[in-house]
Design a protein around this ligand. Structure first.
Ligand SMILES: NC(=O)c1ccc[n+]([C@@H]2O[C@H](COP(=O)([O-])OP(=O)(O)OC[C@H]3O[C@@H](n4cnc5c(N)ncnc54)[C@H](OP(=O)(O)O)[C@@H]3O)[C@@H](O)[C@H]2O)c1
Length: 304
């Protein structure tokens, strides 16, 4: 009986199970009860009828949407594609969650801000996205917040052992090249997909049994701040310490301004997120970005 009470009857529905965060959620969520985890092979999330059918068939007590169109530069030339997944999908999910009286968990990004100033952004600060990806994510997070019970987590600079990210690119390039030019005038916190998944499970566990809880919007990022150059230096140093055959030393990572590395989508210069709300509401302590990066490097460099 207590086991039934602890896990509840209805499952959690996880969308985007094969992404960086989705992969870690496949590990973290089962602690809360049964999980129906769905990837592209099971459902094309750009197909509203298929999504509706999936949600209604599953009748979950929470929908956890880790799927997104995350190709930031490609979004500039494929705005419709980005909009379908980042804006229209969360709107559909909010409606389905409301009809089922289920929770909606959704993720958003530092790219909803224009990157001005140096202060960490609070949840109450005015968003002003610089590009198509950020605009689509802003619309999506606002749509997700129309679900009567929602958790929306804005995060930044996501990395993990599973999937593509800056850490893995630097690890590869650092083995191939004697030196690297890396942007030093954009600031933020690299955030481990595992931390995002664990914090999600913790928050969801707190709200699920609470009939009065409504959730809200939370900034979820690692402790500390760096720029891409400092992050790359850490990767080179730690990879060498862990025995990887690195050609690029930390000092051979040269700082450059973002203006020297133009990309289709502009990036915010200040991606710092103030996580005070998340920490106080859920009693969470957020580990440093360095400790998480080192842990992922240890996983990637472990003997097979
Ligand atoms: N990555 C970052 O640095 C970052 C920073 C801030 C916020 N975020 C946010 O954090 C969340 C998780 O990001 P992430 O890095 O884990 O993303 P990710 O690794 O790119 O994973 C996204 C997943 O969504 C799936 N997906 C996209 N379109 C789909 C479709 N039409 N049908 C089915 N599945 C589809 C992708 O499948 P395919 O691989 O098959 O396309 C992928 O598995 C997102 O909301 C993202 O916006 C990410």
């Amino acid at each position: 009986m207590s086991a039934l009470l602890a896990t509840g009857g209805a499952p959690l529905l996880l969308l985007g199970k094969d992404g960086q965060v989705g992969w870690e959620l496949q590990r973290a969520l089962p602690l809360l009860g049964p999980v129906v985890a769905v990837g592209r092979a099971e459902c094309d999330l750009a197909d509203p009828d298929a999504v509706r059918a999936l949600v209604r068939r599953t009748a979950p007590r929470a929908i956890v949407n880790a799927a997104a169109y995350t190709a930031v530069d490609q979004a500039e030339s494929d705005r419709a594609g980005a909009w379908r997944i980042n804006a229209e999908l969360p709107a559909l999910l909010a409606g389905e969650a409301a009809a089922l009286d289920a929770w909606l968990v959704h993720y958003s990004t530092d790219y909803v801000f224009d990157g001005s100033g140096e202060a960490p952004w609070r949840e109450s600060d005015e968003p002003a996205p610089l590009g198509a990806y950020g605009r689509s994510k802003l619309d999506g997070e606002q749509a997700a917040q129309t679900a009567p019970r929602h958790l929306v987590f804005r995060t930044s600079w996501v990395f993990g052992a599973h999937g593509g990210n800056f850490l893995k690119t630097m690890l590869r390039l650092g083995r191939e090249r004697d030196g690297l030019n890396v942007v030093a005038d954009q600031w933020g916190a690299p955030t481990g997909a595992a931390l995002i998944a664990d914090a999600t499970a913790h928050a969801l566990k707190a709200v699920l049994p609470d009939r009065d809880a409504t959730g809200g919007l939370f900034h979820l990022a690692s402790d500390g701040v760096t720029n891409w150059h400092g992050y790359a230096r850490h990767i080179m140093a730690e990879a060498a310490r862990l025995g990887a055959p690195m050609r690029c030393t930390p000092d051979a990572v040269r700082p450059i301004p973002a203006s020297a590395y133009p990309l289709p989508a502009p990036r915010p210069a200040n991606s710092r997120l103030d996580t005070a709300r998340l920490r106080s509401v859920f009693g969470l302590s957020l580990p440093s970005w360095e400790s998480q990066a080192t842990r992922v490097l240890e996983t990637l460099l472990a003997p097979q």
